[in-house]
Design a protein around this ligand. Structure first.
Ligand code: NAD
Length: 488
């Protein structure tokens, strides 16, 4: 499967795999080798309609299935993830480029969300009841599914992110149309093939459609789509939020990020440096929870900076499927070019480039989209590299004297509010940071503050548009409360 036969990806609508008739296609890559491994169609409007219609037709029958039966399908999905765990991880790495270990993490998170959806359907899916609110009158609420939801995902977690939503939507009685990223559509298609074969959901409950921005916009406009979940860049998230509002649709829209990792002088560097480094360079920096600005407080003798550079310099670049690889390639040649242009911008702005990954290569894979770990120092708040999402293996070191200054950087340095982390041995400082940092996900001696499935995946400012978040919050997103007042 590491050399998946070159094929054109298919849509899945109404329980049938279908070839798109679209002439517009995009090649998909193994970014580690820099070779084409298939192509993805930009589906036609009638093909999107077909998928939505299949989901709409399936809705009545599906919502009327007893909850216990819907849950049984999720147990089968769970088993599917366990049985094909390693295969899923390999396909994920093949199309994305991240290391196998990182892909295993993605698949584990997807599975955790299936678990959470099973638990939540029976617990959080319940309504409330108040007896005798007036003489002979009782009142209760029940949570009802709403219909067809569109689930749109970004390239960087091809399986995990659709599963922040999919299992909750369907176990609660909705039907879905999933639109994967056109850059990394292969892993989700692979999982969908297994869902088709092994989970046996009734036709139309789960559908998959390929394409780009046009397909997303067309899905939102479709009258049968009641809501959309979106994860991607801020520009696209804002577009989805606006369009969903215009068409009266429910929406969760998660956007980009620019995360600060604050290191206090009392941080236990021996213990935490691996976690700090992995925050910046895990997934080659292509994580919405990646560290981007390393904010050092009172690092007078340069102790933290030196340790950071030493650790970063030892990272081994390579193909994600090679067991010795610490950091894989960027996802595409375009991504590599974009990050390189931001590095050039940093130099132009006057930041000091102390580790330059631009010429890095991997002997065995000369055509891979590799970019080595890159570190700037003397980065200041007014430089655009400290505010712009880079989404690549680039760290900007910024130095301050006090926690107040560091918090000012965290809160006012950029428009984003996805994550903020602090490394310290002082509980009081950690508490102060937790309370004052204006970001949705906070890490304390944690470099990637990724919430477990039982918690919402938070995010603020331009990192998030909406009210309810991914994962646990979606129970309320995918249901509507009906209030019943009764007298007999
Ligand atoms: P992207 O915005 O380019 O694409 C994401 C999805 O949106 C794709 O399916 C794409 O087809 C579609 N799309 C693209 N432009 C669109 C538009 N204008 N309107 C509607 N849909 C559009 O993002 P990407 O490059 O695939 O992913 C990287 C981005 O995602 C980064 O900014 C990263 O921070 C963000 N991200 C955020 C989170 C989070 O939880 N906040 C998680 C992962 C990634």
């Amino acid at each position: 499967m590491d050399t998946v036969a070159l094929h054109r990806l298919q849509n899945y609508a109404g329980g049938v795999w279908r070839d798109s008739q679209s002439e517009k296609v995009k090649e998909i890559y193994d970014p580690g080798r820099g070779v084409v491994i298939g192509s993805v169609p930009f589906s036609l409007e009638e093909e999107v309609d077909e998928a939505v219609e299949a989901a709409a037709v399936a809705f009545e029958g599906w919502r009327n299935k007893p909850l216990s039966e819907r849950i049984r399908y999720l147990f089968r999905m769970r088993r599917m993830f366990e049985d094909h765990f390693e295969e899923f991880a390999r396909v994920n790495t093949l199309n994305h480029g991240k290391t196998l270990e990182e892909s295993r993490g993605d698949i584990t998170r997807a599975l955790e969300n299936v678990d959470m959806a099973i638990a939540a359907a029976q617990t959080l899916g319940k309504g409330e009841n108040l007896d005798q609110i007036s003489d002979g009158i009782d009142e209760f609420t029940s949570k009802e599914p709403l219909g067809v939801f569109a689930i749109v995902s970004p390239f960087n977690f091809p399986v995990m992110i659709p599963f922040w939503f999919l299992p909750y939507a369907i176990v609660l009685g909705n039907t879905v149309v999933v639109k994967p990223s056109e850059i990394t559509p292969l892993p989700m298609e692979y999982v969908a093939k297994m869902i088709d074969r092994e989970v046996g959901l009734p036709a139309g409950v789960f559908n998959l459609i390929h394409g780009g921005r046009e397909v997303v916009e067309y899905l939102i406009r479709n009258k049968d789509v009641v809501g959309v979940t979106f994860v991607g860049s801020t520009q696209a998230a804002h577009n989805v939020y606006r369009l969903a509002g215009e068409h009266g649709k429910r929406v969760i829209a998660q956007g980009g990020a620019k995360n600060c990792i604050v290191v206090m002088p009392d941080a236990d560097l021996d213990r935490y440096m691996p976690s700090i480094v992995s925050s910046f360079f895990g997934n080659a920096g292509q994580r919405c929870l990646a560290g981007s600005n390393l904010v050092l407080v009172g690092d007078r003798e340069g102790r933290t900076k030196r340790k950071f550079i030493t650790s970063v310099s030892s990272l081994r670049l390579g193909h994600g499927l090679d067991p010795d690889t610490d950091m894989g390639p960027l996802v595409s040649l375009e991504a590599k070019k974009r990050v390189k242009s931001l590095i050039a911008l940093g130099i132009e702005e006057g930041a000091d480039l102390i580790l330059d990954g631009r010429e890095a290569s991997v002997e065995k894979y000369p055509d891979g989209f590799f970019l080595g770990p890159t570190v700037f120092e003397s980065v200041s708040k007014d430089m655009s590299i400290s505010k712009t999402e880079i989404f690549g293996p680039v760290a900007s070191i910024m130095e301050f004297n006090t926690l107040d200054e560091a918090l000012d950087m965290v809160n006012n340095g950029s428009d984003y509010g996805n994550m903020a982390c602090i490394f310290t041995s002082n509980g009081g400082v950690a508490r102060e940071f937790r309370r004052r940092a204006n970001a949705g996900n906070i890490g304390i001696n944690i470099g990637v503050a990724a919430p477990a499935a039982y918690f919402p995946f938070a995010g603020r400012k331009k990192s998030f548009y909406g009210v309810l978040h991914a994962q646990a919050d979606t129970i309320d997103f995918f249901t509507d409360r009906k209030v019943v007042i009764s007298r007999w």
